[in-house]
Design a protein around this ligand. Structure first.
Ligand code: TXA
Ligand code: MG
Length: 333
């Protein structure tokens, strides 16, 4: 299959919307990461997503819509907490898990009676959803286990020849996926940390539960290997002198013939002397924006080990820690 990359002009958006309506898959930009979309009501179309990604089909997909007004077509009930969350964070990087209506097939929800719904804020995503006029389920547009794609080029690295079309909307602003929150329980439970920090959610709806990573049945996606480049990833816990430990690991790795690189905030790079460093930006938001791109860049540049600096567990830092621990397969130093 020939994979075409389209600039997001009105004509190309119309073409990609028609592909979706006719049961094909299209990769498109959102503010978090690129998604691989299909008409959520069309089982054959949804199957193409799982095939293209090599993704286990018990892992449910998020359904993307453009307007909250349409929500009652897909969900059985909109609890008060969801109304508040939507008002505060939608459109944006928040996915809300509701009780589903039968029009959402089992293949989308992995057999669960719930469905995750998100209104993305990226203008190209919204234009595509409006033009397609169908609910679009979309996981991240990477091969299963790889780092999520934050540019059209990353999508092509994984999907060239496997899908018909990629809409190129430039680099994604947030860089990590949406926060997933289940409002079918009291209190609501955060199933996956992401673009909206849990502190912000607590400010709007009060106390929330947090699904521990052990409770895999709640958010099936979290049990699989994730966000892993070819290089081995070591994640450093955050503390004042973490650069000392990071340097010791780096030097040992070099002595054993490995090619390590350190992911570090801009102003901390000098702490590592002449060791190889990839700077991730000036703050945690920049680190989140760059993290998946840098994991892919490490592979492209031939590094065999990535040592990622830790961050404080606050704001987007909390979600960043979650992604880096997963991409390290739990190798925390
Ligand atoms: O930012 C995002 O959320 C991106 C963009 C494309 O919107 N999408 C994304 O999809 O990250 P995916 O499939 O890579 O991750 C969806 C996560 C998985 O961990 C899945 O298990 C969970 O959401 N999920 C989806 N529906 C669920 C449901 N009904 N109940 C529990 N977890 C659900
Ligand atoms: Mg994903």
């Amino acid at each position: 299959m020939d994979t075409k990359v389209y600039q997001p002009t009105p004509i190309h958006i119309r073409h990609c919307a028609a592909l979706l309506r006719h049961g094909d898959v299209v990769a498109f930009p959102t503010e978090t990461v690129y998604g691989l979309g299909a008409d959520a009501r069309n089982e054959a179309a949804v199957r193409k997503i799982y095939e293209a990604k090599g993704r286990p089909s018990d892992n449910p997909l998020i359904v993307h819509i453009a307007d909250m007004q349409r929500i009652s077509e897909f969900v059985a009930e909109v609890p008060e907490t969801a109304v508040k969350l939507t008002k505060a964070f939608s459109p944006g990087p928040l996915t809300i898990v509701y009780r589903k209506k039968p029009c959402i097939p089992d293949i989308v929800t992995g057999g669960l009676q719930t469905v995750g719904i998100r209104i993305p804020s990226h203008p190209v995503a919204l234009a595509l959803l409006r033009e397609a006029d169908v609910p679009v389920c979309a996981p991240s547009a990477n091969l299963s286990t790889k780092p999520s794609p934050t540019t059209a080029r990353h999508v092509l690295q994984d999907m060239d020849g496997r899908i018909p079309a990629v809409l190129d909307g430039g680099p994604c602003q947030v860089g990590i996926e949406s926060t997933v929150i289940d409002v079918t329980t009291t209190p609501p439970r955060i199933l996956r940390q992401g673009g909206i920090p849990s502190e912000e959610i607590v400010k709007v709806i009060g106390a929330v539960g947090l699904a521990q990573s052990g409770t895999v049945a709640l958010c099936p996606g979290m049990k699989y290997k994730h966000y892993a480049p070819k290089a081995e990833v070591l994640f450093s816990a955050y503390y004042d002198d973490m650069h000392v430990t990071i340097c010791q690991y780096y030097d040992k790795l070099t002595q054993s013939g490995k090619r390590p690189v350190i992911l570090a905030l801009d102003d901390r790079a000098p702490l590592y002397g002449d060791r190889n460093v990839m700077t991730v930006g000036k703050d945690y938001a920049a680190y989140a924006h760059n993290v998946f791109a840098d994991l892919r860049a490490a592979d492209e540049q031939g590094y065999t080990v990535v040592i990622a600096e830790g961050v404080e567990s606050k704001g987007i830092g909390e979600s960043l820690i979650n992604r880096l621990i997963k991409s390290s397969g739990g190798q925390v130093i």
